[in-house]
Ligand binder design. Sequence first.
Ligand SMILES: *[C@@H]1O[C@H](CO)[C@@H](O)[C@H](O)[C@H]1NC(C)=O
Ligand SMILES: *[C@@H]1O[C@H](CO)[C@@H](O)[C@H](O)[C@H]1NC(C)=O
Ligand SMILES: *[C@@H]1O[C@H](CO)[C@@H](O)[C@H](O)[C@H]1NC(C)=O
Ligand SMILES: *[C@@H]1O[C@H](CO)[C@@H](O)[C@H](O)[C@H]1NC(C)=O
Ligand SMILES: *[C@@H]1O[C@H](CO)[C@@H](O)[C@H](O)[C@H]1NC(C)=O
Ligand SMILES: *[C@@H]1O[C@H](CO)[C@@H](O)[C@H](O)[C@H]1NC(C)=O
Ligand SMILES: *[C@@H]1O[C@H](CO)[C@@H](O)[C@H](O)[C@H]1NC(C)=O
Ligand SMILES: *[C@@H]1O[C@H](CO)[C@@H](O)[C@H](O)[C@H]1NC(C)=O
Ligand SMILES: *[C@@H]1O[C@H](CO)[C@@H](O)[C@H](O)[C@H]1NC(C)=O
Ligand SMILES: *[C@@H]1O[C@H](CO)[C@@H](O)[C@H](O)[C@H]1NC(C)=O
Length: 455
Amino acid sequence: MVEALVLILVCFCSEFCTSTDIITSTQYIKDSETIVSIGQIFKLGFFTPVNSTNRYVGILCNVSVVTPVWVANRNKPLNDSSGIVTISEDGNLVILNGQKEIIWSSNVSNPVANSSAQLLDTGNLNLRDNSSRQIIWESFQHPSDSFLQKMTIGTDAKTQESTLLTSWKSPLNPSVGTFSVGVEPLNIPQLFVRNGSHPYWRSGPWNGQIFIGVPSMDSSYLNGFNLVDDKEETISLTYNYPSDQSYLLYLHLNSEGLLQQKIWWFGGKEEWEVGCSAIEHECDVYGKCGPFGSCNSLESPICTCLRGFEPKHMNEWSRGNWSGGCIRKTPLRCERNNSVNDVGKKDGFLKLQAMKVPDFAELSSATIEDNCGSLCLNNCSCIAYSYYIGIGCMQWSGSLLDIQRLPSSGVDLYIRVAYSELGNTFCLLYHLVVNYAPILTLKKIKNTYPLFLCV
Ligand SMILES: *[C@@H]1O[C@H](CO)[C@@H](O)[C@H](O)[C@H]1NC(C)=O
Ligand SMILES: *[C@@H]1O[C@H](CO)[C@@H](O)[C@H](O)[C@H]1NC(C)=O
Ligand SMILES: *[C@@H]1O[C@H](CO)[C@@H](O)[C@H](O)[C@H]1NC(C)=O
Ligand SMILES: *[C@@H]1O[C@H](CO)[C@@H](O)[C@H](O)[C@H]1NC(C)=O
Ligand SMILES: *[C@@H]1O[C@H](CO)[C@@H](O)[C@H](O)[C@H]1NC(C)=O
Ligand SMILES: *[C@@H]1O[C@H](CO)[C@@H](O)[C@H](O)[C@H]1NC(C)=O
Ligand SMILES: *[C@@H]1O[C@H](CO)[C@@H](O)[C@H](O)[C@H]1NC(C)=O
Ligand SMILES: *[C@@H]1O[C@H](CO)[C@@H](O)[C@H](O)[C@H]1NC(C)=O
Ligand SMILES: *[C@@H]1O[C@H](CO)[C@@H](O)[C@H](O)[C@H]1NC(C)=O
Ligand SMILES: *[C@@H]1O[C@H](CO)[C@@H](O)[C@H](O)[C@H]1NC(C)=O
């Protein structure tokens, strides 16, 4: 009797107690089995999405709700439970179906005879060469739809290769959907969600600590991003929130293109809580109000033309179709032929406060705020500027797109308009040189720097 019990325990244990975090060519896993990271935070195994019959291999959070944060055979599901995950003869991590056909492979081209895969507590699956201990492949470099802490997404400027998150097609289909998230290095780094090639959401520029177009990043909640831009080769973003084991937190791009923070409290409600979301309001959708339109989530209608601008297509605009945007009411001085009447009627800037700055900012060489404005005014192709500590002097040409009046935080944005559009609040350049001093107060100025004032 006792012997039988011991025997049962031994059998039971050999199947369930010897949990490991490693897969090797001999120590492979079958459909019903998992490997578990050493701190039991993540596991790797087979799963079926809700309402689906397909089997996928993924890395899942070790919580009571099936939560895949990475999927191997996204585009090639198994149709039964005969699959295994193992190391192939050439050292690759592979998924085989019941017929021993390769369904998925880590596809490392340099074959190594001896390798093993280990699942870490970060959720990263590492494939290592046993003899050199070198990592030859890792799941963090091939993300699915989840941005886990310590993971890095980025762009290699030389090869133009990007590490992106890609959404699922639908909640029941992990194959690659239309949405992606990536860091884009053009001029000043920004985080983008794209729908195919179209921008769907934009973070605004990185200021060295946060993305300045995301109000919720001002709170400590979203601190933990770190962006490294070596200006020549790579730009990379890491998410590293200090964690204290009482919760699990990651960013998830769902199949509708929403980038959301998801939190699981251990010992809590046994469900995922959604924290901040990239798109909290319609105004957060890229280019909602079209060129030269500005979005304000606290107003109705949400879209208005920037001051000095009017709707391009009045009928569409008043119907709530804002995509056509706005056009300038009065041409800038630069755009007109110089005539006698123009003397002293130099363009000026309107100051807009608490703004999400437009897309396509260019960095100017100006090192102080006053210079930023004067350089812009004296350059006909410059139509707006903003000076922000941590970034410097941003200038825009062409058209201004994806502007928002933010409910909190935001920056000062200066828009160039014709002299006649300058209302009560405007900014003019004062300078010693007569040419640059369109109006009054010459005598007040003694220094040789151009001075930029808003009155
Ligand atoms: C799964 O199917 C049920 C019943 O058809 C439906 O109510 C539910 O919304 C489905 N879930 C998903 C995630 O599609
Ligand atoms: C997963 O977490 C549970 C607690 O939620 C724990 O009891 C279990 O040992 C962990 N490991 C596995 C493989 O489920
Ligand atoms: C499952 O897939 C295998 C190939 O991987 C195929 O031969 C088989 O017919 C499929 N079975 C079903 C029920 O679709
Ligand atoms: C691996 O390579 C094969 C052949 O080049 C390709 O069909 C397959 O999609 C690749 N798999 C992955 C996961 O990249
Ligand atoms: C694999 O490594 C083991 C020791 O870790 C060694 O004994 C064996 O010869 C190696 N096999 C190959 C093919 O290199
Ligand atoms: C490779 O290393 C792992 C872990 O150290 C070990 O379990 C496995 O047997 C090794 N594989 C070979 C082929 O030696
Ligand atoms: C994404 O793009 C597709 C195809 O252009 C479109 O049908 C869909 O409405 C877009 N989704 C969103 C949320 O904009
Ligand atoms: C919205 O207006 C644009 C012109 O600005 C037009 O091309 C487009 O068809 C309109 N869309 C709808 C849904 O009416
Ligand atoms: C500006 O000058 C050009 C030729 O220099 C002339 O063709 C054009 O009509 C003028 N435009 C206006 C608005 O005066
Ligand atoms: C004028 O501004 C444009 C756009 O901001 C910029 O590309 C160009 O280099 C500037 N020209 C000069 C001479 O500063």
